[in-house]
Write a new protein. Structure first.
Length: 662
């Protein structure tokens, strides 16, 4: 049975970088009485930016969990990074939130990351408040920002308070839900809110048309219902740096966002969404629990890793303080100590109530790590393995034979932050090679792969795969039509596990995707076959098939929106064509031209930097990952293969068998 937990809210703060998330979090903690004094992003004294690199650079790198109380309601608040290079942290936080606050700068308006996060919030159907911050900044304009929100995000954004002035004249905000206290200048905002709420039902629309208004009670009821169902999105205004509008935001979080739905009497069901390491206590797993309870000293099953681990402590994180609570109940979030083998994304207990994840962060670049001396090599590898536990998107590739270390990254800022973290946290100085775009491969035709692994004895594994290209974006689809009397289920399961691994390196060394693979023939021997035979045979059969089909190279694309003054439009369109961009006819808004389309990552790595000089700093670019598409024939990119190629079957068999025997 699902129940709402009324006295709790799990809320994430999301925004484009520099929209004021961390300052807003600090003000919420201060207004709720959780802090005695306000910290500052500029001085590096905020509660949720606690890493050295965050304090020095003034940006959030990791999602930070904190807790406050407003009235009778406890709020778990997650302050997420705003820079696109740390989108993976946003992705993981989205999974465990019941509500969201999307912060938009009143001066800059809707920006690139704002749109990316908005789409993810809608895909997850997370009820969302939109908080227009920095109303006191030069260039702040509530009508322009509301227009942008309606044009770029949703037409169902409804103001629930009204700003009194803007820029230097911004003084306060007035709520719109109590009609008798409303100043005359705010009446138009109330009218806009009432019209949107009236559309929620025929009865409300009839009352609105007949009387020209909605009662306060009807308005609030329709607003809450519409917010919970993701059909209305309340808009609030404020200036967090001056503390204006923050108490109204806290009130809206409690009144308008939904409580968590829980399964209190059911089995334990939760997910690990963040990993940290404490020098004294070891690994800390941040867990959102959907069902059951977890207590100190209990052994809990890790469903994802098929193991059990004992809880040593359960602590609540409050800013930079922690308190031992001894119990994590359904609906809540806490830090669990003692799970040394837990990883981000692990499901604990039953997966029944854990929601799926929304993939946002797709690393498009790979870099090689370089260290100062050979003596530091083991320490650098160990340090990056620890960081990869905290951010699996790094996808650490440790090539022991070549003594090389490669990472997947989102961009230059992430590389700078990683180098800083290695130095400050581990005392290791590293540099990175030039970033390389991550290409992929896909079969060029339909074909078959065959392997008969019969020697050297004892071994016996025969496999035949049907391989064909899949639709773009479909990933890897595997199935088997072999009866279990020909190939036992245990052996077929081993093949299914090894197919994705076999596709990590194609003919050109890149990951193979958008492929359908069907096992059409399989054979084992009653005496000679061992399950490990299929670990060896599967990559050989897959690579034989790819050699027969050939592969096409795929490159990553960005969907972009470019806004420039009209006089630069012609020059920018010519530049886009040189970069192989595909774009629609430009549109003009005021004196600015907007161009939307698709842009290859490889051709545009330095474009953001060049755009500033080409437009004298007046051009803005919004871009986010749009998928992979086939490269033009003149584009070629190969990657050095790691390990022995399974196409060289004799050498591959010897290499793998030697590895297995050590």
């Amino acid at each position: 049975m699902t129940l709402p937990l009324q006295g709790l809210r799990n809320v994430g703060l999301f925004a484009h970088v520099d929209a004021g998330k961390t300052t807003t979090t600090e003000q919420m903690l201060y207004n709720s009485g959780q802090l005695r004094a306000l910290g500052s992003v500029d001085s590096g004294t905020t509660q949720t930016d606690w890493l050295d690199v965050e304090r020095e650079r003034g940006i959030s790198v990791r999602a930070a969990v904190t807790r406050l109380t407003w009235g009778d309601t406890a709020i778990n608040l997650v302050d997420t990074p705003g820079h696109v290079d740390f989108l993976a942290e946003v992705e993981r936080s989205l999974r465990v939130m019941d509500g969201a606050v999307l912060i938009v700068s009143a001066a800059e308006g809707v920006q690139a990351q704002t749109e990316v996060i908005w789409q993810a919030l809608r895909a997850q159907r997370i009820p969302t408040l939109i908080y227009v911050n920095k109303m006191d900044r030069i260039g702040a304009n509530q009508d322009r920002v509301l227009g942008q929100i309606h044009r770029l995000l949703t037409k169902q954004a409804a103001p629930v308070n009204a700003p009194d002035g803007a820029e230097g004249a911004f003084a306060s905000v007035h709520g719109l839900l109590a009609e008798d206290k409303l100043p005359a200048w705010a009446a138009a905002y109330r009218e806009q809110l009432a019209a949107m709420c009236a559309e929620r039902s025929e009865e409300a629309m009839e009352a609105y048309l007949e009387e020209g208004r909605l009662s306060d009670e009807a308005l609030q009821s329709l607003l809450i219902e519409g917010t919970h169902s993701c059909e209305l999105f309340p808009v609030l205004f404020g200036a967090s740096g001056r503390g204006i509008g923050v108490t109204e935001l806290l009130e809206a979080v409690v009144r308008l966002l939904p409580p968590p739905a829980i399964h209190p009497e059911g089995e334990v069901s939760g997910v690990v969404f963040k990993i940290e390491r404490d020098p004294a206590m070891g690994r800390i797993a941040y867990v959102r629990l959907y069902g059951g309870t977890i207590r100190n000293r209990e052994s809990i099953r890790n469903h994802s890793r098929d193991l059990e681990e004992k809880v040593t402590q359960i602590r609540r994180i409050i800013g930079q303080r922690t308190e031992d609570i001894g119990l994590l109940a359904a609906g809540d979030i806490a830090a669990v100590y003692g799970w040394s083998r837990a990883r981000i994304g692990d499901i604990v207990g039953s997966p029944a109530h854990v929601p799926g994840e929304q993939r946002l962060a797709v690393p498009l670049l790979t870099v090689q790590v370089h260290w100062r001396s050979e003596a530091e090599y083991p320490a650098v590898v160990a340090a990056f393995q620890e960081l990869a536990d905290e951010d699996p998107q790094l996808d650490l590739q440790w090539m022991q034979d070549e003594r090389e270390l490669h990472l997947k990254v989102m961009g230059q800022i992430q590389m700078e932050v990683l180098a800083h973290m290695l130095l400050s946290r581990f005392g290791l100085e590293v540099t990175f090679g030039a970033p390389t775009v991550i290409y992929k491969e896909t079969p060029a035709a339909i074909g078959e792969g065959f392997v008969a692994y019969l020697a050297p004895k004892p071994c016996w594994a025969i496999l035949r795969f049907h391989i064909e290209p899949g639709p773009r974006g479909s990933g890897v689809v595997y199935s088997s039509v072999v009866r279990n009397e020909r190939l036992l289920d245990s052996y077929q399961n081993e093949v299914a596990r090894r197919v994705p691994e076999a596709l990590q390196q194609g003919l050109r060394g890149w990951e193979v995707t958008d492929v359908r693979i069907t096992l059409v023939e399989g054979e084992h021997h009653v005496w000679h076959t061992h399950p490990l035979d299929f670990v060896i045979a599967t990559p050989m059969g897959i690579m034989d098939g790819l050699a027969n089909t050939g592969t096409k190279l795929l490159e990553p694309l960005l969907r972009f929106r470019l806004s420039v003054p009209e006089e630069y439009g012609g020059k920018l369109m010519n530049e886009l064509m040189l970069m192989r961009a595909e774009f629609e006819s430009p549109t003009v808004h005021g004196e600015r031209m907007e161009i939307e389309g698709l842009l290859p990552v490889a051709a545009s790595l330095d474009f953001p930097a060049r755009l500033g000089s080409m437009t004298k700093g007046r051009g803005t670019l919004s871009a986010f990952f749009a998928g992979y598409q086939e490269c033009p024939p003149d584009v070629e990119a190969e990657r050095t293969r790691r390990g022995v190629n399974p196409l060289d079957q004799a050498k591959y068999i010897l290499a793998v068998r030697n590895a297995l025997s050590t």
